[in-house]
Design a protein around this ligand. Sequence first.
Ligand code: OGA
Ligand code: MN
Length: 279
Amino acid sequence: MKTRPLENFGVEVSDIDLARDHDPATVDALRWLWAEHGLLLFRDQTLEEKDIVDFSALFGALEIHVREEYLAPDHPELLIVSNLKKNGEPIGILSDHEVGWHHDQIYRKHPAVGSLLYSVKIPPSGGNTGFCDLAAAYAALPDNRKASLEGLRAMHSYAYFNKRWSEPTNDQQTAMTPDITHPLIRTHPISSKKAIYADPGMTAGIEGMPEDESAELLQGLYEWCLQPRFMYDHEWQLGDALMWDNASTMHRRGEFDPTAERLMKRTTILPRADLAVPF
Ligand code: OGA
Ligand code: MN
């Protein structure tokens, strides 16, 4: 296994076959790289659905996403992200439009610690996935600004995200995804690094703060985070697998030509039970 830094943050891991290299030493090394760098890229992978699930499960229990209409029929641990349709119905979530900055599942009580996205079909251009390193953005804040954020809690809402960037959930899914609050600054369960834990897509406000003050605080924070030095933009190749850390990064997706086909398969990795609630 070899590593090479990506631009600004994240690492590409090469000389590895995710369908086979599951020995404990490799998995341990990957777990630390993932927590330390926030983003791992594996290129030229040939993975069946079962391989994606088996590899992801080496890092934690896998979440069955509430959007059951977009799960892979034979592997419910896989969420299909696609603009493709079957019998006139979308087979996946997020279609071909822009998707704003978010953390996967920040709106859950026990949010995912990671996601792995594998590319099966990609458009000739567009549809890049951008990442922002919120641990680096936090670390670079001046001390007085860090102190001013201490103890704050942010409110997150899947409904808020869906209104702008996706489709509404059905009644049962809505009942399963109530709004929730988590610490605005969280500690990573593996690396112990602190990171900003809020995003423009899913964070509806700061708990107990007047709306205009909360909006101003969050806006200022996002402007700080979205500096080019904290960002990596991924241009997909077929066979890429990207595994990101949902505790210390947020991501977005660019739009692409709706007549082009894009098909990605995603797993969602949960943290160890004793570290599952953000702290
Ligand atoms: C996701 C997601 C972005 C993309 O799967 O969580 O945000 O590039 N996908 O498809
Ligand atoms: Mn996402």
